[in-house]
Design a protein around this ligand. Sequence first.
Ligand SMILES: *[C@@H]1O[C@H](CO)[C@@H](O)[C@H](O)[C@H]1NC(C)=O
Ligand SMILES: *[C@@H]1O[C@H](CO)[C@@H](O)[C@H](O)[C@H]1NC(C)=O
Ligand SMILES: *[C@@H]1O[C@H](CO)[C@@H](O)[C@H](O)[C@H]1NC(C)=O
Ligand SMILES: *[C@@H]1O[C@H](CO)[C@@H](O)[C@H](O)[C@H]1NC(C)=O
Ligand SMILES: *[C@@H]1O[C@H](CO)[C@@H](O)[C@H](O)[C@H]1NC(C)=O
Ligand SMILES: *[C@@H]1O[C@H](CO)[C@@H](O)[C@H](O)[C@H]1NC(C)=O
Ligand SMILES: *[C@@H]1O[C@H](CO)[C@@H](O)[C@H](O)[C@H]1NC(C)=O
Ligand SMILES: *[C@@H]1O[C@H](CO)[C@@H](O)[C@H](O)[C@H]1NC(C)=O
Ligand SMILES: *[C@@H]1O[C@H](CO)[C@@H](O)[C@H](O)[C@H]1NC(C)=O
Length: 280
Amino acid sequence: WGMPVLVCYALEKKVVKSKVGEKVGLPCCHEIPSSESLHSYRVYWQKNTTEVVLAYADGKMISKHEQYVNRTEMDARNLTLWISPVEILDNGSYQCIVQHRRLLQNSVVVCDESVTLFVTADFSKPNVTADVLADSCESTEMVVRCSSYGGFPKPKLSGALDNESTAWNDSWVSESSLRAYNVTGKLWLNVTKDISFTCSVEYNGFAESTSLLLKKTKECVVPTVPPSYNVITASSIIIITFLLAITLAARYLPRHGKYSSFFKKQSLTAYGVSMQNTHL
Ligand SMILES: *[C@@H]1O[C@H](CO)[C@@H](O)[C@H](O)[C@H]1NC(C)=O
Ligand SMILES: *[C@@H]1O[C@H](CO)[C@@H](O)[C@H](O)[C@H]1NC(C)=O
Ligand SMILES: *[C@@H]1O[C@H](CO)[C@@H](O)[C@H](O)[C@H]1NC(C)=O
Ligand SMILES: *[C@@H]1O[C@H](CO)[C@@H](O)[C@H](O)[C@H]1NC(C)=O
Ligand SMILES: *[C@@H]1O[C@H](CO)[C@@H](O)[C@H](O)[C@H]1NC(C)=O
Ligand SMILES: *[C@@H]1O[C@H](CO)[C@@H](O)[C@H](O)[C@H]1NC(C)=O
Ligand SMILES: *[C@@H]1O[C@H](CO)[C@@H](O)[C@H](O)[C@H]1NC(C)=O
Ligand SMILES: *[C@@H]1O[C@H](CO)[C@@H](O)[C@H](O)[C@H]1NC(C)=O
Ligand SMILES: *[C@@H]1O[C@H](CO)[C@@H](O)[C@H](O)[C@H]1NC(C)=O
């Protein structure tokens, strides 16, 4: 038994991240050796130096905060504070204070250390809608809205047109530092061609995004466009084949009377049918 050893060096800040609904363990600064038990210690887990979250003395729980009822557990060896399920309100700084009780002596502080818990809540996938306000041959005027809700911490909402980031005409984030945030953005646009719009909500290193194709709705009649290369090729092949067939027919058919009369009959029949249709 020498002097109590100060186990923790509060130089580096401990940081723990967790999502709402998950289970998280906040490490303490002391591990009770197997020769001893929690009975000879007092352990205080506090939040933001003022509220006691959980306290143990003589191996028994002596205090518990109502916000944490049924959501906390402490490891009897390494004194890790387990919180499950995590809530947004749990976000903040915690301290673990460990005192060792000795017979005929005042208790000695073994260690006192802080750990910061950063709570994150997932935002909903952004909902992107577009409403057409006016339509002309040149452009389609529309209002694009993007919204996402239920996340934490405060997010950044961004918009991009074909990957080019764009500023919102109007945006709003709900006011709250201890509840989930809602966020919306609005954009007025003149769309001159089909363009892809992407809305992203970014928070604490996470991001969710949704894309929507904005279509130019009104297509005005434009002069007939020249046929494409493929159409020209296809037509040429058909025309050449046709000419070749005619040439061959002109050369061979007149010498074989039965083919010739067969073709005449066919065309007459076809003519008769078309006449009938006209009368109906
Ligand atoms: C404490 O012990 C638990 C298991 O009992 C373990 O999961 C956890 O990682 C330990 N924490 C530290 C800081 O050693
Ligand atoms: C800690 O509590 C004090 C008052 O008790 C308050 O002013 C401060 O904002 C709190 N800090 C955090 C991080 O909650
Ligand atoms: C905590 O758990 C106990 C027993 O499981 C239950 O009776 C009590 O209602 C719970 N309290 C809260 C606040 O959920
Ligand atoms: C809650 O978390 C945010 C970032 O996640 C942090 O900036 C803020 O200070 C925290 N609030 C408290 C009360 O600790
Ligand atoms: C998206 O927002 C529109 C109105 O802006 C609403 O009518 C629609 O229900 C929302 N969709 C979802 C999936 O939330
Ligand atoms: C936008 O970026 C994504 C990935 O970075 C890429 O796949 C896509 O083709 C790009 N779109 C445009 C219109 O540049
Ligand atoms: C929206 O913003 C764009 C560019 O930032 C601007 O040209 C346009 O006039 C704005 N529209 C409205 C309705 O505020
Ligand atoms: C955020 O959105 C949710 C769901 O749409 C709603 O229930 C809640 O009241 C909104 N909160 C605020 C502060 O607007
Ligand atoms: C879109 O075009 C219309 C008419 O061409 C114009 O009145 C309007 O201000 C334009 N809006 C934007 C956001 O550029």
